[in-house]
Design a protein around this ligand. Structure first.
Ligand code: ADP
Ligand code: MG
Length: 325
């Protein structure tokens, strides 16, 4: 509970719903200043874990501490300095954005009502403050949800799939907003089922699958372990593939839909381009291929020898966005 206690420590968290083991002994370590990604496919147990972190549901086993305080033992006091939402933030649709925030500020107390203008500014909703929330786009609601969280002047912000369902521009705005908040010193724990959403934002991640953490650490380390992937298009892909296969330092060279794929570190990529040049093969495009979440899962489950199917979407994502709470 001291000032130095870490924002989030979860130990052995379990949540059972009858025969469903939604969360299966999860440990999380979110440190001060982290933008921490909680990454996993739909149904992996992200929302359930974040609900336990926010004290909204009771763990079946294990515990979570926020700045050293357990919401199960200390109730609302454990949530001092913590704000966020799971699934989708909820507002009164027939009230304006400002009125919704005024009602929340009245509950929060502690000068929250004096910050309404400021938090609307932060999420760039000032021009829409007088509009009814019922007419807001999904992205605007998500931003208003963050504004509502900011009323509490959080040191830790917990956001459940804040960018899911947003269009690319909305996703970029959300990333920039979260980045700004992090730069202001707020620790962020956010969940996502899409790797591109977190890779620009998060330094550290926990990857969760079927209720278990299969990886926790730097995303960069994980991707290095797998070797960075590249896609090459050339004037002669067949010969380029032969050369790539003979080239030292290149791995898994294979024909792709549109060119060839391989893995290598940058130095060896440079050498490949020279070898292609010597062979009279022109390079039309050469670009790093970002590993997808599915790729990372595949690697992780492969190395763990678990051999489980990388879980795909089960159609819950859309339902979650509109589901109440
Ligand atoms: N209230 C509940 N009752 C029964 N099963 C639940 C409940 N909440 C979640 N689950 C199940 O727990 C698993 C994890 O769900 P969830 O935490 O929502 O995953 P995610 O947020 O990663 O998509 C899923 O199989 C889901 O169906
Ligand atoms: Mg969820």
């Amino acid at each position: 509970m001291g000032a130095d206690a870490p924002p989030v420590r979860a130990r052995g968290l379990v949540k059972r719903y009858k025969e469903v083991l939604a969360v299966d002994h999860i440990d999380l370590n979110v440190d001060q200043g982290d933008v921490y990604g909680f990454l996993g496919p739909n149904g992996a147990g992200k929302t359930t874990t974040l609900r336990m972190a926010l004290g909204l549901i009771v763990p079946s086993e294990g515990k979570v501490e926020l700045f050293g305080r357990d919401p199960m033992r200390e109730g609302a006091r454990a949530l001092a300095g913590v704000a966020g939402f799971v699934e989708a933030p909820r507002f009164y649709p027939y009230l304006t954005a400002r009125k919704n925030l005024q009602m929340l500020a009245a509950l929060d107390g502690d000068g929250a009502k004096d910050r309404i203008g400021e938090v609307l500014d932060v999420v760039e909703l000032t021009p829409r403050a007088g509009h009814r929330v019922g007419g807001f786009s999904h992205g605007m609601r998500q931003r208003l949800g963050i504004a509502a969280a900011l009323l509490r002047r959080p040191r830790l912000l917990i956001l459940d799939e804040p960018a899911t369902g947003l269009d690319p521009a909305g996703m970029r705005d959300m990333r920039l907003l979260i980045r700004r908040l992090a730069d202001d010193g707020i620790t962020v724990l956010l969940s996502s089922h899409q790797l591109p959403e977190v890779q620009e934002l998060c330094d550290r991640v926990a990857i969760v699958d079927s209720g278990r953490v299969v990886y926790e650490g730097a995303l960069a380390d994980l991707r290095r372990q797998g070797g960075a992937g590249y896609r090459l298009r050339s004037t002669d892909d067949q010969r380029a593939l032969q050369i790539a296969r003979e080239q030292p330092g290149l791995e898994n060279a294979r024909a792709a839909e549109d060119g060839i794929d391989f893995q290598a570190d940058e130095r060896h990529v440079g050498e490949l381009t020279l070898a292609l040049g010597r062979a009279g093969i022109g390079i039309l495009a050469l670009a790093p291929e970002l590993a997808t979440l599915e790729d990372l899962f595949f690697r992780l489950t492969e190395t763990a020898g678990a051999g489980s199917e990388p879980a795909g979407g089960d159609g819950r994502a859309e339902a979650e966005l509109v589901s109440a709470q």
